[in-house]
Design a binder for this molecule. Structure first.
Ligand code: AHM
Ligand code: MG
Length: 342
């Protein structure tokens, strides 16, 4: 075991860095790690048992729920309920936020926003899926926590992370002091530190976008795609196109190799497809902590004021130089169309 550092050991070691409620945040992260291991176990044997496929219900966004989505949702809510550090869970799978009112969570200080199983359309076909989570401090000081405690800007996150259930399972998280990645060692059942202080390359040559929607993209995105495809040896173009269709997996790869992930507005999703609270904010926090950047095309994701639980946003996220270039093209067309003033 010498040289191995488990997630639990690492969290305790870094606890001194937290400016607030040290033990509580550590326990919350530990609870999430435990639920992730249970979900991992089920995802891994999904082909063997009858938990694949549609559960026949539809979530608040009108999207079919896969059975494993429901399983993951239940696991995370139950881990956060029994852990006692969380007073509200807001999850992509539930219409309303879930208040936690148990004797152990009376003085709970934290709000968790979670996408329990992201990329769920990939479950049936053995392609990587993920969990994304985001932690906020409760703002209100008495009574039950309310929706106002949940609707905080991304800049207010105290921690965020994702789990990728891929060819190996990893948990990557930040508490605002850099990003660290842990790989699950199935032989000991522990997440072990494998990617300390992850840094995203400032520039890259991978672009990730569902190009099938090209016809519906804003002009700035179309221009960026064309730019990505032009030959220019000096800037390493044409770029490589890589799109898995699981945000966690696409961003994880780009975080390590350098690249940009874009989910813009389209005709069918005029406000973008991805959710600000469960997907965009946590991934933006992680990517920025690794040295990258995340924008909705015009402004920083983390500074968007949320007004509703299931709010969506377009997102351009990844290596700083690539995101800035895409933003520049978005702005150019918006100015031309008179949609924005500068
Ligand atoms: P989900 O939360 O319903 O799984 O949707 C989110 C996923 C992202 O992981 C992924 O990047 C995107 O939706 C793929 O969408 P599309 O199939 O439209 O390209
Ligand atoms: Mg999702």
């Amino acid at each position: 075991m010498s040289g191995i550092k488990t997630l639990g050991q690492f969290i305790i070691e870094k606890q001194a860095d937290f400016s607030y409620a040290k033990g509580e945040l550590s326990r919350l992260l530990r609870d999430i790690g435990i639920a992730a291991k249970i979900v991992n176990r089920e995802v891994n044997k999904a082909g063997l048992v009858d938990i694949l496929g549609d559960a026949g219900t539809v979530n608040i966004q009108g999207e079919g729920q896969k059975k494993l989505d429901i399983f993951a949702n239940t696991q995370f809510i139950s881990a956060l309920t029994s852990g006692g550090e969380c007073c509200i869970v807001a999850t992509e799978e539930e219409d309303e936020f879930v208040p936690i009112d148990s004797p152990v969570s009376k003085n709970a200080k934290y709000i968790v926003c979670i996408d329990p199983l992201d990329g769920s359309s990939n479950i049936d076909v053995n392609v990587a899926v993920g969990t994304i989570f985001s932690i906020y401090r409760r703002k209100s000081t008495d009574g039950m926590a309310t929706i106002a405690d949940v609707l905080q800007k991304g800049t207010e996150q105290v921690a965020a992370g994702y789990v990728i259930y891929g060819s190996s399972t990893m948990l990557v998280y930040t508490t605002g002091k850099g990003v660290n990645g842990f790989t699950l060692d199935p032989s000991i059942g522990e997440f072990c530190l494998s990617h300390p202080d992850l840094k995203m390359p400032e520039d890259g040559s991978i672009y990730s976008i569902n190009e099938g929607n090209y016809v519906h993209f804003p002009k700035g995105v179309k221009k960026y795609i064309k730019y990505a495809q032009v030959h220019d040896a000096a800037t390493n173009r044409p770029y490589t196109s890589r799109y898995i269709g699981s945000m966690v997996a696409d961003i994880h790869r780009n975080l390590i190799k350098g690249g940009i992930y874009i989910y813009p507005t389209t005709a069918s999703s005029p406000n973008g497809k991805l959710r600000l609270l469960y997907e965009c904010n946590p991934m933006a926090f992680i990517v920025e902590q690794a040295g990258g950047f995340a924008s909705d095309g015009f402004k920083r994701i983390l500074e968007i004021e949320p007004v509703e639980l299931h709010q969506r946003s377009s997102i351009f996220i990844g290596s700083k130089k690539m995101v800035r270039m895409a933003e520049q093209m978005m702005t150019e067309f918006a100015l031309e169309a008179g949609a924005i003033n500068m």
